[in-house]
Structures are given as C-alpha cells and as structure tokens.
Design a protein around this ligand. Structure first.
Ligand SMILES: *Cc1c(COP(=O)(O)O)cnc(C)c1O
Length: 470
C-alpha cells in the first residue's frame, strides 16, 4: 500500500514511512492511495473471530507487506490483551434497536487506547528494525497524553515527553500521566495554558537541529496508523449486529474527526454503513459544515465534554480531499483560505458527495446534562460519560426526526468511561462513578512529574538531558 498527501506535494510513502512521518512534509495528511476492497464474503468469513483476529484482517491491507504477518499479529494480540473486557469493545443494548459501543475498556479508560496501544508497539518495532531511537513529544489537555504514555511506556527504542498545563487537567487525568514509573516516560507540568503547551511542541519541531538530533516524532491524531486501528471496531460492531447482511448507522462524538473518519474508511472498504452521524457539542464547526457547506472558525468555548472542544478538526482534511476528487491543489487552496480568511465554503457538488453517508447534529450543555440524566435512568443505573452523552443526544434527534428509521440499528460510540469525568456525571446523576478495580488505587500511587516554566530553552534542555541516547 502506498500513501499520498492530501496536499499533493509530499513524497509518496509506504506504511512504515507514514507511521514514522506523522504529518506530511507539505503540511498535508497521508491517506491510502486507494481503499482496499473487501467483499461480502470476506466480511462474513470474519464472523465469530476474536477482536484481534479481525483486527489483523482489517489492518493487513494497509500495512501492505511492511511488517511480517507473525509480528503484526503478535503486536495486535498484545495491544488488545491490555483491555479489561474479553470482547475488547463490547456492545451494550440500550433500546429496541439502539446500542452503545463501549470503546473505553483500555488502560486509560478512553477510546484513544484502541489506537495508541497498537501505535506504541508499531513505532517500537519500526525503530528497532532501522536501529534508530525516537523522542516523542506531545501536548495534552487530558485524554491523549495518558493514552500515549500507556502505549509507549517501557518500549526499548523511544522516550516520551508529555506536556500538560499545570493545574488545568483533572486529578484523574493528571494521575494517569504522573503515576507511570517507567524510566522512558516524562510528564511535564508546564506553567501555562494548553495553548502554551501546544506552542511549545510546535517550537520544538521547528528547531530543525534539535528535531534531527533527538529524532523528534509525534503521535497526535493526524497519524494515519491511529485512524487505521480505529476502523476495526466499526467492523466488529457491524458483524455482531448481523453485518454485512444488516446495515447499521453509527453516531460518533466528534472532535478532531479521527474517530468518525475511521468509520468512513470502513464504508470505503465495502462495509455496509447506513449513516455516519457527526455529533458535536456547542463547538459545532462540523455540524455547521454539514448543514450548509461552510467551514468557518468560531473560537472555542469550554464544555463538560472537553475532548471535543475544538476550533478546527485536523482530520477533516482527509474527507475534504475525497470530496474534491483527491485534488491536492484544491485542498491547498482551501487550507490557505482557512488560515487567511478564517473559513471557506465548498461547492454544492462537493457537499452532495458526503450527504448520502454523513449526517450531523449538535448538543449544547443543557442537552448534554439532560442526556447524562436520562441515560442513567434508562440504563438502570449504568452511567455514561459527557462525550457519550453528546452522541446519545444527537442519536435521539436522528431517531425522532426519522432521519435514521427504526429498522436501522443505531450504534452510538461510547468514547470514555464515566469515571474519567466524575464531577459532571455526579452533578447530573447524583452518583459518583467509581474507577474500575484495576485503577482503584490510582489515588494512592506515587506521582512523578517535572514542573517547568513556559521557557523554550529550559524545556528543550530538559528533554535533551533526560532522553536516553542511542
Ligand atoms: C478524543 C476524544 C473524542 C473525539 O475524538 P476525535 O477522533 O478527535 O473526533 C471524543 N471523546 C473522547 C472521550 C475523546 O477522548
């Protein structure tokens, strides 16, 4: 499999290349040159297989011979053995033809584990093969940092430095980053905001000499391998519900458009999908886009579903690319307009291209809180997290408008364990959600973090001195 950039001016790479590159050299995102096609018989042949066996079959065409089968299957097995449920991503029925797909049984209790448990292993494998070391740096407002740390802890060929804004992440989120004892893990509490942390990461990457010396790399959501790993649960959910002979719709709590783009990839591979529903909170740039074709920045308002508080959705560029006939020049134009004019409008033809598959809706704070309460009552005391509540609220809108008719199974993706957002859940339900047993002692574990000022030289020197050199 070969990968091309959405902006059409970066080298064509194989899987190993895009894995290690992350962002393309022209500022674009890598996508497969063509979508692998699986037939109804191929999907049917996966019925009854384990999650790890299905993952191997789905992922293999994208890896395209870069990794020997035995190594690939071993890494997949190890990645999903870290999950606390035998089904890895179980479906729970919540209504006559409604389900939630629980993606949060991984080590850090959010769906990002599905991709990052595999990504850490793929990285380590690729580095070992080329005899290189890498230094991963990232900024986090919460969920991504801990999932990246868990995916990379103890790996032989990489160091990971995660910066979070000191005092501005929840206690559970902070402890998930600071209680990991492995020597290659470094949690940095930066004296600043999330934007400062992100600007710091950017500055480190822009320092060409340092980037080269440290083998700097990123695991943020634009890495193709993350999207690839997420395709798998659309397949397992569909098969559990009778696919490919029955066609479900999926409602996805959306921030950077990575999770739902994986659903799009599944559909492009031939998996029957009735609808992909983009669910946003009041930061609704994507819901506005699907309503009228205009993509326009509008500031960010903090919500109780913080992982969806975005100004622009980084992975959306991948869909724009397909909407514009895979013409990199048009995407370069649109992205320039986004930077200089704050937004753009696509042609009616391009919008029509997405309308048969995508729908969108938003849930404001009041609707989210109401759904936290309703879901708890209807689930007989099983709570959902605020991100999932946004998804369920939009799913309910789609049902009541009959945009998704009753005979279509509707699967809402549950992206985090309610115990990750205890305050919002308790405020709505009156019940404090407990951490699962394997994390029950999180508040007793010793913390290890380094507090650093928002000063470029200090941060760079810290990374330089702490990383293990080859
Ligand atoms: C990251 C995240 C999302 C948003 O996912 P995207 O792939 O960015 O659209 C939703 N919910 C939770 C809990 C998350 O951590």
């Amino acid at each position: 499999m070969r990968y091309v950039s959405t902006r059409g001016q970066a080298p064509v790479l194989d899987f190993e290349g895009v894995l290690l590159a992350g962002l393309a050299a022209d500022g674009g995102l890598y996508v497969p040159e063509s979508w692998p096609q699986l037939s109804a018989a191929d999907w049917r042949a996966m019925r009854g297989l384990s999650y790890a066996e299905i993952a191997f079959r789905v992922v293999k065409p994208f890896v395209g011979g870069c990794i020997p089968d035995a190594d690939l299957q071993r890494m997949i097995n190890e990645a999903y053995a870290t999950f606390g449920h035998r089904a890895v991503v179980p479906l729970r029925q919540t209504g006559a033809n409604d389900w939630v797909l629980e993606l949060f049984h991984g080590p850090t209790l959010a769906f990002k584990d599905v991709a990052l448990q595999l990504l850490g292993r793929l990285f380590d494998w690729a580095l070992a093969r080329s005899g290189k070391r890498a230094t991963i740096v990232g900024a986090t407002s919460g969920d991504t940092g801990s999932a990246a740390i868990e995916g990379c802890r103890g790996r032989a060929n990489l160091d990971i430095f995660i910066m979070f804004p000191q005092g501005r992440v929840s206690e559970v989120q902070r402890r998930q980053m600071t209680t990991v004892a492995d020597a290659n893990v470094h949690a940095i509490a930066l004296d600043g905001t999330f934007d400062d942390a992100q600007a710091m990461v950017k500055a480190l990457f822009n320092d060409a000499a340092f980037r080269e010396r440290a083998g700097l790399t990123a695991v943020n959501s634009i890495n193709w391998a993350r999207v690839m790993a997420q395709i798998v649960y659309y397949v397992t959910a569909s098969l559990s519900l009778g696919g490919p002979d029955r066609t479900p719709a999926f409602c996805v709590p959306t921030g950077n458009f990575g999770d739902i783009f994986a659903g799009y990839a599944a559909a492009k591979m031939g998996l029957p999908v009735a609808k992909l529903i983009v669910a946003t909170n009041r930061n609704d740039i994507l819901a506005r886009f699907f309503a009228g074709g205009e993509y326009r920045k509008d500031g960010v308002t903090p919500t109780i579903s913080p992982s969806m508080d975005i100004q622009v959705a980084s992975n959306f560029e991948r869909l724009l690319f397909d909407m514009h006939g895979r013409d990199g020049a048009q995407i370069r134009g649109l992205m320039t307009e986004l930077d200089t004019a704050g937004g753009f409008t696509v042609s009616p033809n391009a919008l029509a291209e997405t309308k048969h598959l995508f729908a969108a809706g938003r849930a404001d704070e009041a609707a989210t809180k109401a759904m936290l309460k309703t879901a708890f009552a209807q689930g007989n005391g099983i709570a959902v997290d605020p991100h999932t509540a946004v998804g369920l609220a939009v799913a309910a809108q789609q049902r009541s408008s009959r945009a998704v008719p009753a005979e279509i199974p509707l699967v809402t993706l549950a992206t985090a364990d309610p115990a990750k957002f205890p305050d919002a859940v308790e405020a709505a339900t009156g019940q404090h959600p407990a951490l699962p047993p394997r994390l029950a002692d999180l508040f007793d574990r010793p913390e290890r973090q380094t507090k650093l000022p928002n000063d470029y030289t200090v941060v760079r020197d810290f990374i330089e001195n702490q990383r293990v050199t080859a």
